[in-house]
Design a protein around this ligand. Sequence first.
Ligand code: KIV
Ligand code: ZN
Length: 521
Amino acid sequence: MSDKQIRIFDTTLRDGEQAPGCSMTLSEKLRVAKALSELRVDVIEAGFPAASPGDFESVKAIADRNFGPIICGLARCNPGDIQKVYEAVKGADRHRIHVFVATSAIHREHKLKMAKEEIIKSAVGAIEMARELVDDVEFSPEDASRTELAYLAEVVSAAIEAGATTVNIPDTVGYTVPAEFDRLFRYLKEHVANIDNIILSVHCHNDLGMAVANSLAAVNAGARQIECTINGIGERAGNCSLEEAVMAIKTRAEFFGLETGIDTTRLYPTSRLVSNITGMHTPRNKAVVGENAFAHEAGIHQHGMLQHASTYEIMRPEDVGLSRSNLVMGKHSGRHAFRDRVAELGFELDEFETNRAFQEFKKLADKKKDVYDGDIEAIIMNADSASSGPWTLKSLEVQTHTDQPATAAVTLIGEDGEDKTESARGDGPVAAAFLALEQATGVQLTLKNFELHSASIGEDAQGEVTVTVEYDGESYRGRGASVDIVEAGCRACLEVMNRILRRKQYGSSGPGRPTPEQATI
Ligand code: KIV
Ligand code: ZN
């Protein structure tokens, strides 16, 4: 690899998935890993195998699929963790063990209760053990940005001597600022022998909104790997956003003089996939992949755009995989046009899935005049989550009355093809419909959160509902979409109920985590 090449290390499935509300099922993780390989990231950090049997299983399933990028797993500096990562990642042709230990005074004193020398000893022992198992070992001194510089240089030197091939410098709590981080990287470059023999990496959190800026400062000072996540999801305020860092390097190539191997036309579809799966919607004004990122409202801007796009656009929407026209489809649009649009939006559907989605599209086009990209995405995500049964929603009837309880009647079709109808009363239509669903399926859930989002524009837009519920002490998330928002909520709820029932029937290692055999991509 040339010295101008920045490696993109994606940690959506580890640091991203760790964030509240972002957990994914195994089949969802596999879909994200496949999308990341199509995006051409260099490394996928697939998880933290020692964290739970479910995490181990999913890292292993991703590694065994051998999608192409290096598959990495995270480990603390202890033999058990390191051995687990090895067992999980070894199925991939290219694999990496990533070990970490905190180095800052705050972590040493309050968390680890370890002296400086003990920490170095533990890091060296872990790296040496990992190097006996694999050739590719990454080391991270956690909370590096708040570690004394001279001590950090000592730790990094010891890590390189012990055999680390990548040394990652995390700004774990999003505390640093670009000029300070630049100094830190230049200091390490100057004070650590053999630092040019390894890949220096950067890992920033976004607590002060500077994760991307700090990552770029590090790159400008010599880092050659950026650790980041799709849509910047991650602990607290998130991690460095992959799409923003990559597009900054591409758009400002004359400044950075660097490049990544990313296929930027896959950025938008991958962003949509992750936001659909996690239910974490990207704000409309999110840089690069937000709905408004290429929208021009002010007359003076529109006029400029008509003269020449470069007047107000520094990137072309097509370069990030967003087609310029948010093409409107309707009931006269044929199967070909629909299939082409689905492909342009970045979905790969087989014949069966295309037919199923096209039927849903036709039904929707009968209900609403214009069908937008957001509607098509919602149809596909809906079909995806509703496809596995055992229960399918046949019909829903709700009645609401001001100052009186609402009533709902739901009819479900079971696996045996038989209908089951239940009705219930509740404070509002959603409560009544959920209760009727609970009676029909026998699954009692505690609703923790109900989020409604418009899939497209206009008063007839589909509502996308994400529900977070608790069952048996565990948290589950489900999604549904419909032009009727109560129905969207029911679909979301039924998705979770189906998942729980399947889990009871087949068994699984965690909430919504089917075994690798059950998982499909
Ligand atoms: O933020 C952090 O310090 C981390 C390390 C484990 C790399 O995620
Ligand atoms: Zn992190």
